[in-house]
Design a protein around this ligand. Sequence first.
Ligand code: GLA
Length: 639
Amino acid sequence: MTIRALLASVAISSLLASALPAMAQTPPPADPLAATGHWSIPERSQARTPPMGWNSWNAFRTEVDEAKVLGAARAMVDSGLSRLGYTYVNIDDGWWLRRRQTDGRLEIRTGLFPSARVEGQDSSFRAYTDTLHGMGLKAGIYTDIGRNACSQAYDLHSPNLPEGTTAEREVGLHGHVDQDIRLYFQEWGFDYIKVDACGINVYGPENPLVAQYDYTPVPPLIDQVTINRTDISAVQTLYGEVAQALETHNPDGDYILAICNWGSADVRTWGKNVGHMWRTSGDITPTWTRMLHNFDSASTRALYAKPGAWNDPDILFIGHGDFDQNHLTEARSHFALWAMINAPLLISYDLRQAPKSLMDIWGNADIVRLNQDPGGHQAVIAYASDDVQIIVKTLSNGKKAVALFNRGLAETELTLTAAQLKFADGAPVQLRNLWDQTASTFTGDTKFTLKPRETLVFEAAGQRTLSDGVYLSEVPGDVNVAVDGVIAPEPDPVVHRMRNAWGETRGSGERPTYTGWGGAQADATPYDQALRIGGQGFDTGLGVLTNSRLEVRNEGFTRFEAQVGVDDSTRNTRDAVRFAVYGDGRLLSESTPVSFGAAATALTADISGVEIVEIVARSEALTSDLPLVVTWGNAALRR
Ligand code: GLA
């Protein structure tokens, strides 16, 4: 990158940062790589672990009604699911009747929600949320960031779409952010809101539907086919306004904001500043290959999730299609995978009549516990292939959870090594199978045979490779990618591409364009290569681009250490990078500039008493526009 390009990218990031809502704690520094000594994302009281509960959409679409929702709520309480943590009961699209034109107030479809009809008064969800709160549950509602919602474009057959004039049918937040958020949270008592994005995506003037149904044409801010045509900062600003209104109307921070813009607009980078979770892909469907697609959109982004801010690969589809009671292997895999990557666990099934076999999946307390581990460390991919994957999650009790995942249709054998768990080779490893509670022990390595589409999941105890510390890639929940060095957003090529469940194979196929490629990764480079410096491989470390800054929480460790250098996979083989370690904003240690081909350099720093360690890779005079990949090999905090 030329100096001009560098300055331009700095200017763009400052511009983006300045569009952040007031929630961000400190004003953006002029130099985004300058150490701040702060954890730069807001500390939140809600969603310290991934939100859990129920959502109406995959079960009922717009045919949601009060009996169905309260029936699910009752079943959650009676079955004990709520005691496991399933507490949010979320109505999705379909609840609204119209926006009243005299004062802009939203009216509820009281035919579906009878308790919302109050004689002689405005319709209100207060009685409904009181009922849920009385059951010890929490209430979630749904809206859209634009004028119109998704169902108004995609569920046109539905009898439950908003009614009336063009303006009356504009039930989304556009022009009413403050009014609606106040209504939902202060007056109606909701605790959670999902904010969809069809209103800034599908109502473009060229869409025939717009004229046909007399919608206000809205030039799309999100283009799901071409990243370069999405207006990232405009999307970010709109969600920032919602975050601001939520703060105003919930001064105690007692709310959850779920951003639903399907991985677009580089939400991976800014979602954590604005909301508590953000969708990483388009909608899940009840098909195995679409589940793979949604899983892949989140599984390579461990470093972007942490307590209060989660990757969301979408609502569970357990109970339907490929995950119904006749496909329990698939249903269990879906559940275990979501649990491992710290996905929100939102059941979407008619719980009034759920078979025990499905209840046992959602109710697997051990697997729920690993999802809800307070450390908030998303699982990291230890072994990657299109056929099988081994993913490992650090638990706060020092143990690991490991999932052995057979993605394919053939029975397959795999070997699990102690090293993949970052456990010592020579010491015994105890495994407890979280599906059937069987226990086993191995030293060094062990083999398993997996049925087609099976996911085995274990809790593993052993002797940690690093007995006096942690590798940073083991604790993604303690690492914040403040600046990831990405120059231009790129689509992510490792996401599984499936034939659309709803489509024929006309055209040339759908390419996922979820931004996120090139971001920081645990135990891999930003482009999913194995970490390697000057011919030396590293199974452990962080891979990132130059001109990046990562914040790391330090709880009592005294020494930072890493083997640093330009990664052998870099496309920019010309330019140099300097690695620096800061403690609470002070420079502690710095490398000399290093370039492609040089052996890894040891970098250590005394971090005694430091709360926030920042690790910065900086290139001052880039001569190439190609991305410069850098590796923090074996990066660790030690005592
Ligand atoms: C979009 C969202 C879904 C669901 C529907 C409702 O497709 O991504 O999760 O909320 O809208 O219409």
